[in-house]
Design a protein around this ligand. Structure first.
Ligand SMILES: [Zn+2]
Ligand SMILES: [Zn+2]
Length: 139
């Protein structure tokens, strides 16, 4: 089985994810812009039972998603980098692609909350775009 590994900015918080992600997503919601300092969060999604923190100390910042369920940001106690967000409504983790040890081979499969994107955001040609979430997702 293939494992994807990654780490925070200072390298002390490490994680491992098993197998292939169930989704690969650009999220342009306002919260993701604030947390990344960018136009979007690029996340790959792994079911909770295929993801684990393998080393380091972290804290959790919880906020409510549009579903009303918690989104739990897991960030390094030392450098503050968020390595993943637990999406409780879907029982998965969204791993920050920017924190993967190897991310060259990863491409997005859809853009969420595209209606909230800043006017200067550039979308890859052909990428499926949704103003908020695709029908049926997040309910
Ligand atoms: Zn760190
Ligand atoms: Zn978002």
């Amino acid at each position: 089985m293939e494992f994807k590994t990654g780490r925070c900015g200072c390298g002390s918080l490490k994680y491992s994810a098993e197998g292939e992600p169930i989704n690969s997503v650009f999220c342009y919601c306002k919260e993701c812009q604030t947390h990344t300092g960018s136009d979007k969060w690029f996340g790959i999604w792994f079911p909770k039972n295929r993801f684990k923190i393998t080393d380091g100390e972290f804290s959790v910042y919880s906020r409510k998603g549009d579903s009303g369920k918690d989104l739990n940001h897991i960030f390094c106690n030392n450098c503050g980098v968020t390595v993943c967000v637990e999406v409780t409504v879907g029982n998965f983790y969204s791993i920050a692609v920017s924190t993967l040890d190897e991310n060259e081979s990863i491409n997005p499969s859809m853009a969420l909350y595209a209606a909230s994107a800043p006017s200067w955001a550039v979308f890859p040609a052909g990428l499926a775009k949704f103003d908020t979430l695709p029908p049926g997702m997040g309910e």
